[in-house]
Design a protein around this ligand. Sequence first.
Ligand code: BES
Ligand code: ZN
Ligand code: ZN
Length: 496
Amino acid sequence: MQITLDTRPFDALETEALVSYIFEDGDVTQGRAAELDKLTGGLLGRLIKSGESTGKALETTLVHTPAGLKAARLLVIGAGKREQFTTATLRKVGGVALRYLKSRSVHNFVFSVREGDATEEKAQAITEGAIAADFETDKYKTEKKNNKHIESLAIGGYSEGERAAGEKGITRGRIIAEAQNFARDLVNEPSNKLTPRILAEKAQAMAKEAGLEVETLDEKKIAELKMGALLSVAQGSVEPPRMIVITYNPANPKPGAPVVGLVGKAVTFDTGGISIKPADGMEKMKYDMAGGATMLGIMRALAALKPNVKVICVVPSTENMPGGRAQKPGDIQTAMSGKTIEVLNTDAEGRLILADGIHYAKLLGATHLVDAATLTGAIVVALANVNVGVFGSDQAWTDKLLASAKAAGEKMWQLPMDDEYREFIKGSFADIQNIGSGKGGGSITGAWFIREFAGDTPWIHLDIAGTAWNDEAKSWLAKGPTGVALRTLVHLVMSL
Ligand code: BES
Ligand code: ZN
Ligand code: ZN
């Protein structure tokens, strides 16, 4: 999809569809809305007065051959309450526009921003919204909807003076959203098409193309390095594990600057192992590598955005299978750090592979850690599919992430990590156990387990089990992988 900036006035736009947005107050007497209303002989005012358009967030009204315009259609989208309108709303409105028009076989459209919205940030958001909305999960369908694709989107409402800012926003938005779709593509792959070995190959190819340093540890190297926690999960499968390491080196590194370690869980399929999961819904466990995919996508974006910060990405990848050699409840494993772990539940495998991933990232020089993982079903109980669960060992570092989440328009909510919860994972027969012995707080005990391996290094854990997968299509996003946390973490690194 081509995305350009268009500075022409409304009545000069020859397009299949012109898109604009209105607020719930129904006020079209000012700025761009007034201009459009006047040109169309009061059309906007009539739509609102009749009650057909209310401005309610993401509501759509389509008018064919609107008088006064060269555009074949006018699509009016609700943007909600004017005082609550944010860049995040506009990102969604952009996504809704694309999916609405694409499904109606439109091939090109102009999305015109309102007065005050002709900024770099808003152009970036519309671009991100549109590219993410364009992602479909029909890769393995033999009959594709061939005629349904958007060829070009022009972002309008900018003056010539605002062109440079708008175009900068488009460029940045494209880099970020294409990285997000790269991650979603990986998450969408079923486990027979994406084993740890295949994931490592794809990561390698991406890194080479992006000009990033990459090294994959195979099962032999993993054993040599004594990554016992990762190996314990992998031993139940015939597919060997991989530890993917990608490094971004800035051109002019500042001495003493932070080195960010991004660690992502990539269990390409989680059966639960011997503590096997119920059959119902187990097919979804192909997305148990979403944390790893997100981190790979971030590296792809950073290679193009070129921040002045070193970033080390570590992705431990394995299947969690109940094979004949699988670990069993009660088994005691020694992690790479030397800590011993009592595996009380083989389905709490994500924290095991992250233990070695985190430790390895520290060995490679990471001074600030973030991990992302589809770690617990309990986070769905706590926050449903709305917020990412955030856990941190250092409030200043965590606050930076929460600020980036806000700026990137991703909902994240910090949960507590009181010392009391740490008691839950004290081991009876080893240093720690991989599930809590107390009742409840499953996401927090999971976080505490990982934190044991981060030690004093400032660390954040993102539990994306509830947010990495859309069970139902939204009007701005397809059903399936969401690519959540990518935009936030790109923003975080860029802000350092
Ligand atoms: N991959 C799952 C977590 C998960 C659940 C992801 C639902 C996405 C949707 C994880 O490995 C797991 O099985 N966690 C267990 C932990 C428990 C045994 C302490 C869980 O949440 O049930
Ligand atoms: Zn599991
Ligand atoms: Zn899992």
